[in-house]
Design a protein around this ligand. Structure first.
Ligand SMILES: Cc1ncc(COP(=O)(O)O)c(C=O)c1O
Length: 395
């Protein structure tokens, strides 16, 4: 074995092999604003992989608010929230977010990933336990790894397995952590059962609403509202990089919990604060989410229409209940090949392969926006049908 620490880099051939086959799906250059159609490497393509669920990422009011904030506060706070990186706009959106989700207080991190890292690592200490769904997002897993507590995992959405874990760790203080809508599967956490078990075993519940905020619930407040049990969510996390059309991450909870996180989470203390351009965009997006419920309604209608259409074409879309619809295609190589064919046909999609999904269960992860028109949706269906047939995924 070579003594060079770079040996693994020189040996890494996965990306090159895909490039040689013409199937490399990563880091493609987008040359336009985010919308249902974008320019990727010189050609207009219909997007079916964006998290811009409500279509706000190029909304004139969001852009205007972002520009106005930059003019007022400049381009960077050049410091962390704790010391010199908090301005009145950060505090304004924290109050607005907390009030929107019905929590006492909220704190704004620089990304959603940072929110999970910071909150989970400081909330769970030595001799305590985090119990997460096996398909929880990578940022949750990273937060668990950074915590000094133990980490336990239960089978995806399997409530008997969750109870088994709670019994196993009975006697330890526990935090159950789930995604509201699971980012690859598009299904929803079983909050009523999770909450019942949390009460039975004295655990707290943390829900990552990255894909559910603005999307489900009567007013778009996420999974708690979807099940009409918002008070059962002890900690609500949301990223600003999806429905909120910006970047950043919120943690909302009781005032004491937020105060503790504010003074303990390393990923807020030791990183620079979110630039005002992003905070201004969040401010405007939060207003639009509340003022224009028709976006959410249109989005959910689109999700239903697409799920039905995929099923009638013979595709397996697992248990999606949201605007994330995974189209199961089989092996990783089929997913890469389909990605390439779709790209050439004018559809920009995302292949998701092992280890993000089990072996042989690779998917084309499709996701929808309130601003997709019927023409866009028909185009996506026509191309997926053509490519699915050509690759032997459907008859
Ligand atoms: C479920 C979930 N949580 C957290 C994150 C991290 O959020 P961000 O991209 O804003 O850092 C993501 C992003 O993809 C996500 O899907």
């Amino acid at each position: 074995m070579s003594s060079d620490i770079f040996e693994k880099c020189f040996d890494f051939q996965t990306a090159n092999e895909l490039k040689k086959m013409g199937y490399y799906p990563y880091y493609h250059r987008v040359e336009s604003q985010q919308g249902p159609e974008i320019t990727v490497e010189g050609k207009k393509r219909v997007v079916v992989c964006s998290n811009n669920y409500l279509g706000l990422a190029n909304h004139p009011k969001v852009i205007e608010a972002s520009l106005k904030a930059t003019k007022q506060y400049g381009t960077s706070c050049t410091g962390s929230r704790l010391l010199n990186g908090t301005n009145d706009l950060h505090e304004k959106v924290e109050r607005k977010f907390a009030s929107f989700v019905g929590k006492e207080d909220a704190i704004l991190f620089t990304t959603g990933h940072h929110s999970n890292l910071g909150a989970l690592s400081c909330l769970v200490s030595k001799s305590e336990v985090i119990i997460t769904d096996k398909l929880a997002h990578a940022s949750i897993v990273d937060g668990c790894r950074l915590s000094f507590g133990q980490m336990a995992r239960f089978r995806h959405n399997d409530m008997s397995d969750l109870e088994r874990q709670l019994i196993k760790y009975q006697g330890k203080r526990a935090l159950i952590v789930v995604d509201g809508i699971f980012s690859m599967e598009g299904d929803i956490a079983q909050l009523p059962e999770i909450s019942k078990l949390a009460k039975k075993y004295g655990a707290r519940v943390f829900v990552d609403e990255a894909h559910s905020l603005g999307v489900i619930g009567k007013n778009g407040r996420g999974t708690g509202q979807h099940f009409n049990m918002e008070d059962e969510v002890d900690v609500l996390m949301a990223t600003a990089s999806k429905s909120m059309a910006s970047i950043g991450g919120f943690i909302a909870s009781k005032a004491e919990v937020i105060d503790y996180i504010k003074h303990s989470a390393r990923s807020i203390i030791f990183t620079a604060s979110l630039p005002s351009a992003c905070v201004g965009a969040i401010d405007a997006a939060l207003d639009l989410i509340q003022q224009e419920p028709e976006r959410r309604i249109k989005l959910m209608d689109t999700a239903k229409k697409m799920k039905k259409a995929f099923k009638s074409l013979g595709f397996n879309v697992n248990n999606s209940e949201s605007p994330i619809i995974p189209v199961v295609v089989g092996t990783d190589i089929i997913a890469f090949k389909m990605w390439r064919m779709l790209f050439d046909e004018g559809v920009f999609a995302s292949p998701v392969v092992t280890p993000a999904v089990p072996e042989g269960q690779a998917i084309i992860r499709t996701s929808y926006m309130a601003t997709h028109t019927d023409e866009h949706l028909d185009f996506i269906l026509e191309k997926l049908k053509k490519v699915g047939k050509a690759c032997g995924v459907i008859d």
